[in-house]
Design a protein around this ligand. Structure first.
Ligand code: ADP
Length: 400
């Protein structure tokens, strides 16, 4: 039987089909520009052939109809109701969800109640679930939350030092994101190091367009850099990460920007883009190598912030078993990995420059780039959030 993983965004629907038996990927695809009047889709069929096209996709229901028709034609899945299960990515699970759950009316209601904490993501995730339930009412469906992995953090990590009733009444606290990725790569790392997960300590760097880091001690997340929203923490493609909150007052009072302008500035116009005019690390790295001063400061700041987090997390968890690099930048940028590790030798983190430069193998589930005398293993672990969602979906359905 087959398991479908759905990631429903505000204007896109990403899907992947796995065989339930061995979690082999059978097909995957993406439907984009939903509701914009110029919709497009692509699907990679089980033989690896790419099928793409344009279509009128007015809403998410039309997107799911299209996906269902594509899967029928190209993968032989005659209807969604014949699936083993459907796993949905849900961005915010608040304090209500500490792990993936089987979706029922109560779960839907709780995800809806959490919309104020993730106004851009949870409504689209919820819509995807509701339409999938209409299409496949007899198939068990599971919600897998980005925040769940971090729910074991202690209060001194997750609380902000603001009046406590704001937390108690409105849930304003740090939640953390990228949890599905962390769950996947830390398990891969434990397997690679031949270590029991419950004794694994590591610092994990998920560096993509969104970037965060996470400290794991004895198999439990103890801290992470993203907060109430994915804006806090590291410098990202277009997000500022940590700033003095008083900057917001200045932008409002002195520059006359309203709250939506400031939201847009800090989420969409800042980070690498704000520092050097673009957010794609590939081209910033090329400019860096050519001596471009804006690219230099952007990458310096990006890596410096990561270093500070590694230092602070080592103060909290002690010397970790490993430092993990993952996601687009973490898996591919030899420059960023080198600059992050430079100067950390006194903390037992020693990079092997040649291993760091070796081309990435898509087949390796994890590989080491640390020097033989490094006290901390430095690992590159390619992430696979959809596979993790499929795994958790099968596990939850099995347990129910
Ligand atoms: P998202 O958060 O959107 O899932 P990804 O994990 O795909 O992002 O990461 C995107 C980032 O990875 C971009 O900044 C991109 O430039 C960077 N990246 C991808 N390949 C390389 C590469 N070969 N070298 C440097 N950076 C890369």
């Amino acid at each position: 039987m087959k398991v479908l993983v759905l990631n429903s965004g505000s204007s896109s629907l990403k899907f992947k089909i796995f065989s339930q038996k061995d979690l082999h990927v059978l097909s995957h695809g993406l439907i984009e520009e939903i509701g914009t009047g110029h919709g497009s889709y692509h699907l990679v069929d089980p033989s690896g052939q790419l099928i793409e096209g344009k279509a009128n996709i007015p809403d998410h229901k039309a997107a799911l109809d299209l996906m269902s028709a594509l899967l029928k034609k190209h993968t032989g899945l005659d209807q969604l109701d014949h699936l083993y299960g459907i796993g949905h990515r849900v961005v915010h699970g608040g304090e209500s969800f500490k792990k993936a759950v089987l979706i029922d009316e109560d779960v839907l209601e709780t995800i809806k109640k959490l919309i104020p904490l993730a106004p851009l993501h949870n409504p689209a995730n919820l819509l995807g679930i509701k339409i999938a339930l209409e299409h496949a009412p007899n198939v068990p469906q599971v919600a897998v939350f980005d925040t769940a992995f971090h729910q074991g953090m202690p209060p001194h990590s997750y609380l902000y030092a603001i009046p406590k009733d704001i937390y108690e009444q409105h849930g304003i606290r740090r939640y953390g994101f990228h949890g599905t990725s962390y769950s996947y790569v830390t398990r891969q790392a434990a397997r690679f190091l031949n270590k029991d997960y419950s004794s694994l300590s590591c610092i994990c760097l998920h560096l993509g367009n969104g970037a965060s880091c996470m400290a794991l001690k004895d198999g439990e997340c103890v801290d992470t850099s993203m907060g109430l929203t994915p804006l806090e923490g590291l410098v990202m493609g277009t997000r500022c990460g940590d700033i003095d909150p008083a900057i917001i007052f200045f932008l409002n009072r002195t520059l006359g920007m309203d709250i939506d302008d400031i939201d847009h500035l800090l989420n969409k116009k800042s980070g690498l883009l704000g520092l050097c005019g673009e957010s794609d690390m590939r081209s910033i790295a090329k400019r860096f190598s050519a001596g471009d001063p804006d690219a230099r400061i952007a990458i310096d700041l990006f890596c410096y912030r990561i270093k500070k987090y590694i230092g602070s997390y080592m103060a909290v968890i002690g010397r970790p078993d490993c430092l993990i690099f993952t996601a687009g930048i973490g898996e591919n940028s030899t420059l960023v990995r080198q600059k992050v590790c430079e100067g950390l030798e006194h903390m037992g983190i020693r990079l092997d420059k040649e291993l760091n430069e070796q081309p990435k193998s898509d087949k390796a589930p994890a590989y080491s780039i640390s020097a033989s005398d490094s006290d901390v293993h430095i690992l590159v672990v390619p992430t696979d959030e959809e596979l993790e969602i499929a795994r958790q979906t099968i596990k939850v359905i099995g347990a129910n």
